[in-house]
Write a protein that binds this ligand. Structure first.
Ligand SMILES: [Zn+2]
Length: 109
């Protein structure tokens, strides 16, 4: 091999390593953003395609964060005051049980 071929090979390998490192770093960044916002990190599977990586990163960065209910582990919008699934009150931290139907005896005639 000539010297300029070896230099070209080394430069190409370094460029490949840099591209793979940046690509993986952007995927890790997207997963971290998703976890911070209580969104599913599995959305980053779209990043298999470079265009999917760009689109998913932009969407993930612009999505509003979700709250995770400490009582039932369901997610609600960030500005929610009550959990829509179990009635947990985010502001007071107390649990508001769902209203039970009141038993009404059938009327006697
Ligand atoms: Zn809940």
């Amino acid at each position: 091999m000539r010297d300029d071929e070896i230099i070209g090979l080394v430069v190409g390998l370094v460029a490949l390593v840099v591209v793979v490192t940046v690509y993986t770093g952007l995927i890790v960044l997207g997963v971290n953003i998703a976890k911070r916002k209580n969104r599913s990190p599995h959305w980053m599977w779209f990043a298999i395609h470079p265009l999917g990586l760009i689109i998913t990163l932009i969407v993930m960065a612009s999505l509003s964060p979700l709250k995770r209910c400490p009582n039932c582990a369901q997610t609600s919008p960030g500005q929610a005051r009550l959990c829509g699934f179990c009635g947990y009150d985010y502001t007071t931290g107390s649990f508001m049980p769902q209203q039970q139907p009141v038993y009404m005896p059938p009327p006697r005639y």
